[in-house]
Design a protein around this ligand. Structure first.
Ligand SMILES: *Cc1c(COP(=O)(O)O)cnc(C)c1O
Length: 384
């Protein structure tokens, strides 16, 4: 089976992890801060806080921004459930903003209209979480403009998008947001097995994220109650978690991140080849805006709805590990129990009824890609 995504582990990665594993500190050592500094520098952000998953990063990002049970958080229905669950962890209410069908990203006009309505009913969200679907940035200038107008915070869920750019900013620079979150799950652009990161330019958010990641405990005298504390004193100043990343993961991440541009270039090259082949065959692909450089976590085609399942099954039978990104979050049983129903976010639903994610990862060979292209065109023509 040719999978839809796959990590690339080199001998250098193995050596880096082995070195970390046999060093004195296998957690809470120097590699995590080094990994954080490397990512912050790469993304042009001030601060980065490494955690054990993007899910954890989203959770503490919401908490750092003060999300409570009195609040509402909006995100995209075309995402992994973690984009919405972070709000529920804080006891907040979650709602969704439908997508633009051509990109799969949050639709700006829909957001604008929904904000206008919410303002009228005193139901504005505290935080909006745009998701950079497939690796392409949302229109962050527009989202940030609207958020400023209504005094709403922004967390970018950039789990798909490290290595990408929006206009002339790096994804992760937080130019248009309070916090940006990355995932280092193996199917993503770079991996630490499990892992994530929250980036910010705001020192007060950085401090909160650091506390929340590690039990709410600090040895920083500037935020401790005790003056002149004894050398053994640490203080718990808030309720935090153990969301720490290990030294082994940071070692892997540091080794991986040295190849990020190579990875994203290769992903763009593969995507361009798909695009050329499918344009000729009249198969729909998502569009990437002129002002975006996608990190291309995913390559998504759209097929006629009545052929969707047939084509999907045929490709799987042909040994191609296609996938669906995403089953709309609001249609998941847990969310329908919260009151969401099918029909609420029709563009995300139609997207899910047509979308197929094709294999896309740095080590996908040209020969493998040609097989995928041939099988896709064959399956689409068989159905039509
Ligand atoms: C993968 C992913 C997450 C969760 O990442 P983990 O690191 O597995 O917790 C969240 N949001 C999106 C959009 C993702 O793709």
């Amino acid at each position: 089976m040719i999978p839809y995504g796959k990590q690339d582990i080199t001998q250098a990665d193995i050596d880096a992890v082995m070195e970390a594993l046999t060093s004195d500190l296998i957690t809470q050592g120097a590699r995590v801060p080094e990994f954080e500094a490397t990512i912050a520098k790469y993304c042009d952000a001030e601060y980065a806080v490494a955690v054990n998953s993007a899910t954890s990063a989203l959770h503490i990002a919401c908490l750092a921004l003060g999300v409570t049970e009195k609040d509402i958080v909006w995100t995209s229905p075309n995402s992994f459930v973690a984009s919405a669950n972070c709000a529920l962890y804080c006891g907040a209410e979650v709602d969704f903003v439908d997508i633009d069908s051509t990109t799969g990203n949050m639709c700006i006009q829909t957001l604008s209209n929904k904000l206008e309505q919410a303002a009228k009913h005193n139901r504005l969200p505290k935080v909006i979480i745009p998701v950079h679907f497939a690796g392409q940035s949302c229109d962050m200038a527009a989202i940030s403009g609207l958020a400023k107008q209504y005094n709403i915070a922004i967390i970018e869920d950039a789990s798909h998008a490290i290595g990408g750019r929006y206009q002339n900013t790096k994804i992760g620079s937080c130019k248009y947001s309070d916090i940006t979150v990355f995932s280092f799950h193996p199917v993503k652009i770079v991996t630490t097995a499990e892992g994530g990161m929250a980036l910010t330019n705001k020192p007060e958010l950085h401090q909160k994220l650091m506390l929340l990641r590690s039990h709410g405990v600090t040895r920083d005298e500037s935020i401790m109650a005790a003056s002149n504390p004894a050398p053994w004193v640490y203080e718990q100043v808030t309720l935090g978690f153990n969301y720490r990343m290990t030294e082994l993961q940071a070692a892997l991440g540091l080794s991986q991140i040295s190849r990020i541009d190579e990875y994203v270039t290769r992903r763009n090259h593969i995507a361009a080849r798909y695009m050329t082949a499918f344009n000729q065959a009249d198969i729909d692909c998502l569009t990437v805006s002129e002002d975006c450089y996608s990190a291309y976590h995913l390559f998504v085609i759209k097929v006629p709805q009545h052929c969707h399942e047939l084509i999907f099954k045929q490709l799987r039978q042909a040994g191609i590990g296609v996938n669906l990104h995403y089953i709309p979050i609001h249609t998941q049983p847990y969310f329908t129990r919260l009151g969401f129903t099918t029909g609420m976010f029709p563009n995300a639903e139609t997207h899910a009824a047509q979308a197929i994610s094709l294999p896309l990862y740095p080590k996908l060979t040209t020969e493998q890609q040609d097989i995928v292209i041939k099988e896709v065109i064959n399956a689409v023509q068989t159905c039509n």
